[in-house]
Design a protein around this ligand. Structure first.
Ligand code: DHB
Ligand code: MG
Length: 232
């Protein structure tokens, strides 16, 4: 038996409101549209960030003058393209994904978007590729976006802080999941991973964190925003 812990209150207006906002704030974007089309054609799950959230990621990266960005969870490179657009010509984004097929799709999408010179897609389990980044002294990263398998979110968070500097921003996707995070006794590894992330970030004196609930075409979810406030 599945226990429903939150009624999915999908308001019909959420999509319409997203479209209204997008109509005012987003322009036609052939590269991003092509990325979504190619991702769909390749059979990738349609779990990329929403367009307005992608733009939020870009604006956050621009606001902090990010020159080095790390993304954990590439999928088809949709959020990657948004983030990489915030970078200066000599900026660099490294994005990690465990799935070699997704990475191929992402590389093609990133190339079409004209960002191949700034972006490196690395294939492998992030719990192996993240230590590699440390070995290479690839950091510190100015912004880290965590949007990969949810059970490992606490470990990704640990690595994100470790590869940061004072002033770095860590953004974590899917931190609400229609309220599933309220289920303290859940043995669902996704829920447990997210709750452990909250506990760690909340108790971590090196950071100051908040999270926003979001609604829209991806339902009810949330984004955590974590600022590294001391040298990790
Ligand atoms: C899922 C993963 C995501 O990163 C997301 O934004 C939405 C859904 C998922 O695994 O179901
Ligand atoms: Mg996500």
């Amino acid at each position: 038996m599945t226990i429903k812990i939150w009624d999915r209150t999908q308001d019909a207006n959420w999509d319409a409101i997203d479209e209204y906002i997008a109509g005012n704030f987003l322009k036609d974007d052939p590269a991003l549209e092509a990325a979504l089309e190619a991702s769909k054609k390749a059979g990738l799950p349609p779990i990329h960030v929403a367009p307005l959230q992608g733009k939020l990621l870009m604006l956050l990266a621009m606001a902090i003058g990010a020159r080095k960005i790390l993304e954990i969870g590439t999928l088809g490179g949709y959020s990657t393209i948004w983030l990489a657009r915030a970078l200066p010509e000599d900026g660099r984004l490294i994005t990690l994904d465990a799935n070699a097929d997704y990475a191929e799709v992402a590389r093609a999408n990133i190339t079409i978007a004209g960002l191949a010179g700034r972006v490196e897609v690395r294939v492998g389990n992030a719990l192996e590729t993240l230590p590699q980044l440390e070995t290479e002294s690839a950091g510190p990263f100015d912004l880290v976006f965590i949007d990969a398998d949810k059970p490992s979110t606490p470990q990704y968070y640990d690595w994100a802080v470790r590869l940061s500097r004072r002033g770095s921003l860590i953004v974590v996707d899917n931190v609400v999941r229609e309220g599933a995070i309220l289920a303290a006794q859940s043995d669902n590894p996704h829920v447990r991973g997210l709750r452990e992330f909250y506990a760690r970030a909340g108790a971590d004196p090196r950071v100051s964190a908040t999270a926003l609930q979001t609604v829209g075409n991806k339902g009810h979810d949330g984004l955590a925003i974590v600022l590294v406030i001391s040298e990790p």
